[in-house]
Write a protein that binds this ligand. Structure first.
Ligand code: NIG
Ligand code: FE
Length: 411
């Protein structure tokens, strides 16, 4: 088995454990100065401080830099056709996100482009995004469907994700988001679309093993809390675990529903009310917060301090998509989390590693640097965690290792 000893690590920073960390524990991470880490094959064999062990392993000098687990982006809309730069001007002239959607643009214009694209076109485009993400230090990501809104195109998107997962070094976790908007052909028949999702598409997605999670955009003018419940319960009957886009623009009960269903995660939560935070805490739901979306939409920032206070584990993700967050830069998300959510660098690191991994059911395998876990890690061009969270707009990922293999070399 191939062995690699990374030595001369200035600071090794990692959360610990195999499940999400909440409350005070979210900020209690392991910080080892003058550390080394030994990889065997695709796993971490050992780590420690001081003199590196005698071994026949190949050696890699970290040159006194920061090492963390590979970042986990637990919320992306990775596979889509086209872009929506035309909406920038509309936004600048005051059009709101839901106004653009109601006028047939927004998500629906990406649906048009995604339906028109071939599987290979979608694959090539998403592969380029994954290359960029790896280079930024992300080693696992979630990918949602939801730009098909018909059986054929939803399956096409999900198959692209499956193929990327097989052919690209990035590990992908797939989520079915057929309830992302009402497709134009069902504009006067909500019931018809709900039935199509619950009776045809969800069973088919589950049967083909194309997704692990089912998500819903629970929002004014999109899907109500009752409709969301119906869809997520249909997902559950077919083995798809619930996630929910909740309280992004209007608080219409998404976080309450997440708590009741004990959803794996609730996402966005920009306007999450106090009662919603309590529901998340009671239901053991991970809050997946997306500060780059707040930044891009010019909206408020989720009440993350209150969530941490209430014992809700917080994950952070990019929400990469062509409408509300055309960025896949999780380092920028870390900057924004510190500046706008007032998260500490330690809480932020847990949020983009272990808690992100837990939000996609992978905390047993990734999300922390511990013996037995996969050897996904980043050597940063940074001496410590504060510097990584403080520098904005540069890519500080020096060397990225995925399952023990170097996937991004030094600049
Ligand atoms: O998470 N809110 C719903 N879905 C995405 C945006 C999708 C789009 O605008 O294309 C989000 O923000
Ligand atoms: Fe989203």
């Amino acid at each position: 088995m191939e062995k690699l000893l990374i030595h001369n690590i200035g600071l090794l920073a990692t959360p610990r454990g195999r499940e999400a960390r909440s409350g005070k524990a979210q900020g209690e991470i392991c910080l080892l100065r003058g550390a080394w880490i030994l990889l065997e094959g695709d796993r971490i064999a050992a780590l420690g401080t001081g003199e590196a062990p005698e071994t026949d392993a190949r050696r890699l000098d970290a040159e006194g830099r920061l090492v963390t687990p590979g970042l986990v982006d637990a919320h992306t809309h990775l596979v889509f056709g086209g872009w929506r730069q035309n909406e920038l001007g509309l936004k600048l002239h005051g059009a709101g996100y839901l106004d653009i959607l109601a006028a047939g643009g927004g998500i629906l214009s990406t649906v048009k482009a995604t339906r028109a694209a071939t599987e290979d076109e979608l694959f090539d485009k998403a592969r380029a995004a994954l290359d960029e993400m790896l280079a930024l230090g992300v080693t696992t990501a979630e990918a949602k469907s939801g730009y098909g809104l018909d059986l054929e195109t939803e399956l096409k998107q999900l198959r692209v994700t499956r193929r990327l997962n097989r052919e690209h070094p990035m590990d992908l976790v797939s989520t079915f988001l057929g309830a992302h908007a009402l497709p134009p052909e069902y504009k006067d028949d909500r019931e018809g679309y709900l039935r199509l999702l619950c009776d045809t598409v969800i069973p088919r997605v589950a049967e083909e093993g194309l997704a692990e999670y089912c998500d819903v955009f629970c929002e004014t003018g999109v899907f109500s809390a009752d409709e969301s419940r119906r869809i997520l319960e249909a997902g559950l009957r077919h083995g798809l675990l619930p996630k929910i886009h909740a309280d992004e623009i209007d608080p219409i009960g998404g976080s309450r529903l997440a708590g009741e269903l004990r959803a794996v995660s609730a996402e966005h939560l920009i306007v999450c009310p106090e009662e919603g935070i309590r529901a998340l805490a009671q239901g053991g739901v991970i809050a997946c917060c997306l500060p780059a979306t707040s930044f891009y939409l010019g909206s408020a920032f989720a009440p993350v301090r209150e969530m941490i206070e209430a014992g809700v584990p917080v994950a952070l993700a990019s929400d990469f998509n062509p409408g509300s967050c055309p960025s896949l830069n999780l380092q920028l998300v870390m900057n924004l989390a510190c500046l706008r959510y007032k998260m500490t660098p330690e809480e932020t690191l847990t949020a983009v590693t272990l808690n992100g991994a837990a939000a996609i059911g992978r905390a047993g395998e990734i999300g922390s640097l511990e013996p037995g876990k996969l050897a996904d890690l980043v050597i940063w061009d940074s001496p410590d965690l504060d510097y990584l969270c403080y520098r904005m707009g540069s890519n500080l990922a020096g060397l990225v290792l995925k399952k023990g293999q170097i996937v991004k070399r030094e600049k």
